[in-house]
Unconditional design. Structure first.
Ligand SMILES: *[C@@H]1O[C@H](CO)[C@@H](O)[C@H](O)[C@H]1NC(C)=O
Ligand SMILES: *[C@@H]1O[C@H](CO)[C@@H](O)[C@H](O)[C@H]1NC(C)=O
Ligand SMILES: *[C@@H]1O[C@H](CO)[C@@H](O)[C@H](O)[C@H]1NC(C)=O
Ligand SMILES: *[C@@H]1O[C@H](CO)[C@@H](O)[C@H](O)[C@H]1NC(C)=O
Ligand SMILES: *[C@@H]1O[C@H](CO)[C@@H](O)[C@H](O)[C@H]1NC(C)=O
Ligand SMILES: *[C@@H]1O[C@H](CO)[C@@H](O)[C@H](O)[C@H]1NC(C)=O
Length: 463
């Protein structure tokens, strides 16, 4: 194989993706089994994405602290405007325009204007193959997509000599906005039925000061957006759609990424609306409409006894509808580290199967072994969460680790009613410590008071 860009990265992506691919196959098989047992037992949780390998090829360079600047108009007077058609892109929906995009990127990236705009004009459909767009660039970059961008259609037409594991990757970029009124069509349909769904639509890796704004993106073969090892990310007013039954099509996945704002967007898909992986801090999610799908998740964390730290996460002013989960924290048995400082507030649930759930026994197969360590879950606030739940599951479920119970869960202003009929399910708690600040509907009487002995003094649980 020949990699024209940065080969160490390409290689690590290749191996990581190969692993993911194997995992995805495994996941694909277990998913169906799991779904059946899910229906009969009524308690377990559907899986959402394959376990992540111990991934990062290297530690990200510590980028300067920056604030995202989503202002879309600051480039209008700059002369750094590069239309992909001037580099030979055709945009007829058939021609492979990859080379033109690479040339436009390289030119814009090297340009010394403070802001450089790559224009993808309205009325054209550009087909591009798997590409890694690499920085650092001289100035800030705007990739302004007003037309349609898409990969070759399905596995058959995917060129044999390009990576099947990634589609568009943005790597080592400081200061970029992906924006416009256009569409990114992942053309995932032909990949969904394969046991291996190798590529994610858009991945930002080791980058900072990123804005994604205004676009629509649909039908990714797998995750729609993935941010890993990034800093200062602002996602604003985007729309993501994929069918409810499309596998592993998470909307936005973040991992090892700090200072994230995800606002005013609409996501319906076949997996998590937003998933927050290990190493994320300072994440603010506001005014989202999620569903159908699997809700907003922290996790899964602690797979293969890994250490995970997640803190300072806020999810507020949002609607979650027709979803398997509402707001979920999921950890595998084993693992270390902690999830702490999470607030879920002002969330409307509409026919959600598990509106509020902590699952510290997350397992994709039936026979995960019991372990004594766990990623600690503490300082979690649920406030003003109202709406309806699907009565197949209890509206609140706190299933915490025997050896490391959940601590300091706070519930107030919860009002969850059955979506149909009048059977009210009791909340479920196991080793869950916390308090009710106001009465909830249905009442929760299963939380334990105070704090358990001897969890917090163990050093490995501090992040
Ligand atoms: C793939 O093969 C085609 C035709 O053989 C060639 O034009 C293209 O540059 C190759 N791409 C890569 C990434 O090697
Ligand atoms: C962040 O990126 C924007 C363009 O997207 C740029 O205008 C701004 O200067 C950048 N800020 C920093 C601190 O790099
Ligand atoms: C919330 O997001 C929607 C788009 O989903 C937008 O139309 C609406 O104006 C936003 N509300 C606020 C208060 O920003
Ligand atoms: C939590 O994150 C918010 C941004 O989402 C930030 O403003 C705040 O300072 C953070 N708090 C702590 C204690 O880190
Ligand atoms: C794990 O523990 C549970 C509850 O104590 C028990 O029912 C189950 O059989 C155990 N699983 C294994 C694989 O040991
Ligand atoms: C409980 O959690 C809340 C919210 O994160 C926090 O403000 C409070 O200090 C915690 N209480 C204790 C006793 O740790």
């Amino acid at each position: 194989m020949k990699y024209s860009h940065i080969s160490p990265l390409a290689f690590s992506i290749f191996f990581v993706s190969l692993f993911l691919c194997i995992q995805a196959r495994h996941h694909h098989i277990t998913k169906h089994k799991h779904t059946r047992s899910h229906i009969s037992s009524g308690i377990s949780v559907p899986p959402s994405f394959p376990p992540e390998p111990a991934d990062p090829p290297s530690e990200p360079a510590d980028p300067p602290a920056v604030a995202p600047s989503p202002s879309p108009d600051n480039y209008d007077n700059a002369n750094g405007v590069f239309d992909v058609r001037t580099f030979g892109a055709i945009g007829d929906g058939l021609t492979d325009d990859t080379e033109a995009f690479k040339m436009a990127w390289d030119t814009a990236c090297q340009s010394e204007s403070p802001v450089n705009v790559i224009r993808v004009p309205r009325g054209f459909s550009f087909v591009i193959q798997s590409t890694i767009f690499t920085g650092p660039c001289q100035g800030a970059l705007v990739l302004k997509v007003d037309g349609t961008l898409m990969p070759p259609d399905g596995p058959e037409s995917w060129p044999k000599n390009t990576s099947r594991h990634q589609w568009l990757v943005f790597y080592r970029i400081n200061g970029m906005s992906l924006e416009g009124g256009g569409l990114i069509d992942g053309r995932g349909e032909k990949w969904w039925d394969l046991p291996c769904k190798p590529h994610k639509a858009i991945r930002f890796f080791m980058s900072s000061n990123l804005t994604v704004q205004g676009l629509s993106i649909k039908n990714s073969p797998q995750f729609h957006f993935r941010f890993d090892a990034c800093k200062s990310v602002h996602v604003e007013s985007i729309s993501i759609t994929a069918p409810a039954l499309s596998p592993n099509t998470d909307g936005i996945h973040i991992e090892n990424t700090n200072d994230v704002k995800i606002y005013n967007s609409v996501i319906s898909n076949g997996d998590d609306c937003i998933s927050i992986g290990s190493g994320c801090h300072e994440v603010d999610i506001k005014n989202m409409t999620c569903g159908p799908g699997h809700g907003i998740s922290i996790g899964s964390l602690g797979n293969h006894n890994s250490r995970a730290c997640v803190s300072n996460i806020t999810v507020r002013d949002s609607v979650i509808k027709m979803s398997d989960n509402g707001v979920r924290i999921k950890t595998w048995q084993g693992g270390s580290g902690a999830v702490s400082g999470v607030t879920f507030s002002n969330i409307h649930m509409d026919s959600v199967r598990n509106p509020i759930i902590i699952d510290q026994f997350y397992c994709l197969t039936k026979d995960c072994s019991n372990k004594t360590s766990a990623v600690l879950v503490s300082d979690i606030v649920y406030t003003n969460i109202k709406g309806t739940y699907d009565v197949r599951s209890p509206p609140m479920r706190f299933a915490c680790s025997d050896s490391f119970p959940c601590t300091n869960l706070t519930l107030s202003d919860i009002e969850l009613l059955p979506a149909k009929g009048d059977i009210v399910r009791d909340p479920f708690c196991w080793k869950a410590y916390g308090d009710l600040q106001k009465l909830t509907i249905p009442p929760v009487s299963c939380l334990l008071e105070g704090t358990p002995q001897s969890t917090s003094d163990n050093n490995i649980y501090h992040c």
